[in-house]
Design a protein around this ligand. Structure first.
Ligand SMILES: Cc1cc2nc3c(=O)[nH]c(=O)nc-3n(C[C@H](O)[C@H](O)[C@H](O)COP(=O)(O)OP(=O)(O)OC[C@H]3O[C@@H](n4cnc5c(N)ncnc54)[C@H](O)[C@@H]3O)c2cc1C
Length: 322
């Protein structure tokens, strides 16, 4: 036998953890938050899944950072300082050492926005392989939004406002009594969605008549729900949250991002606190804005209307003007 063809079997040393390890999901198979009538987002796995007792998955960020910074000090308070330092200075790779797997059910129009976040691994329900379930997103009457005048991509105020506790169940139109033009427009929108949902019966009929599942589905509306597994590292998940928890993101995806934030909070509390402090709740200033602040804050920063209105929004957020 040729000596080169003999495979050597390496010796594996299995080194025990220094102390007991605990499951960051507390032994649960999923931590789930329901969204609207048919949606959900569930955290179903994490890396690290096991951490030393008394610690959270934040420990994996510190462990990765210490490869570059050395052992240094090991106190928990110093771990927090290190994580906050890494986040402030955008030393991002230690945050990529953690991964989270979510199971999500959301309308197709939300999935289309979500899929743009390219660094995740995704496995989606197949409408070629299986019959798609009869599940559609329909906003409640008080969530039908008007086109925003300031933001071409957004909706803002609703046609119908939610009832206060004293008003009972039926929603009250913003302008006028029930039956006003605004309430009728909101109802017309909901009727239009109902008509689109009614196409499901046609889909089923065509399947029964032998049309392939891959073609029969293409006439269904984007309010139909899909599902996927979505796995992503913490750094890119935080980027997703930063973009999709932002008030400029569409409300229907924002509610998922808010839920993911809530699911991650107990798993990586220190990282999430730093994320809120340095990203989510932070205000980024441009060069012209800093110059305007130095000059007393009152002068315009740009003759571009959008840039100027963004500056005015920042001034309000900073509490510099009522
Ligand atoms: C409010 C809002 C409105 C939007 N409107 C539109 C719209 O009208 N039309 C539209 O098409 N999209 C729109 N988008 C999507 C947006 O342009 C981004 O595609 C999306 O937010 C994903 O951002 P990302 O590329 O940073 O994320 P990811 O794809 O997760 O990437 C994360 C980071 O990884 C790096 N990266 C990933 N892939 C590559 C690559 N191939 N090459 C180099 N670097 C890479 C980049 O640094 C990137 O920032 C909108 C997004 C938001 C939040």
């Amino acid at each position: 036998m040729d000596a080169d063809s003999i495979r050597t079997i390496p010796t594996i040393s299995r080194i025990r953890a220094e102390g007991p390890l605990v499951d960051v999901l507390g032994g649960a198979s999923r931590h789930e938050i329901r969204i609207h009538e048919h949606g959900f987002v569930a955290l179903i796995d994490a890396m690290p899944r096991l951490v030393p007792q008394g610690q959270t998955a934040d420990a994996a960020i510190v462990q990765a950072a210490r490869v570059s910074y050395g052992q240094g000090t090991k106190k928990v308070s110093e771990d927090r300082g290190l994580i906050r330092y890494l986040m402030r200075h955008r030393h991002t790779t230690p945050f990529e050492m953690l991964e989270f797997k979510f199971h999500v059910s959301m309308p197709i129009f939300v999935a289309r926005q979500w899929i743009r976040h390219r660094t995740a691994n995704v496995n989606e329900y197949s409408g070629r392989y299986s019959i798609v379930p009869d599940r559609f997103y329909r906003p409640t009457p008080d969530a039908v939004r008007k086109q925003s005048k300031a933001n071409r991509q957004g909706g803002e105020e609703t046609f119908v406002r939610a009832p206060s506790a004293s008003e009972g169940i039926s929603p009250t139109p913003v302008a006028g009594a029930p039956g006003s033009d605004e309430a009728l427009t909101a109802q017309a929108f909901l009727d239009y969605l109902a008509e689109a949902e009614a196409l499901y019966a046609k889909y089923e009929t065509l399947l029964n008549q032998g049309v392939s599942r891959e073609l029969a589905r293409i006439g269904l509306p984007v309010s139909l729900y899909t599902q996927w597994y979505w796995k992503c590292d913490l750094h890119n998940t935080l980027r997703f949250l930063s973009l999709r928890m932002d008030p400029h993101a569409q409300a229907e995806i924002r509610v998922y991002a808010d839920a993911m934030h809530a699911l991650l909070e107990p798993i990586v509390p220190v990282a999430m606190e730093a994320f809120r402090d340095y990203e989510l709740d932070a205000v980024r200033l441009t060069g012209p804005e800093i110059a305007a602040l130095r000059a007393g804050g009152g002068r315009p920063v740009s003759d571009n209307t959008r840039e100027q209105s963004e500056w005015e929004a920042k001034i309000l957020r900073l509490g510099l003007q009522s």
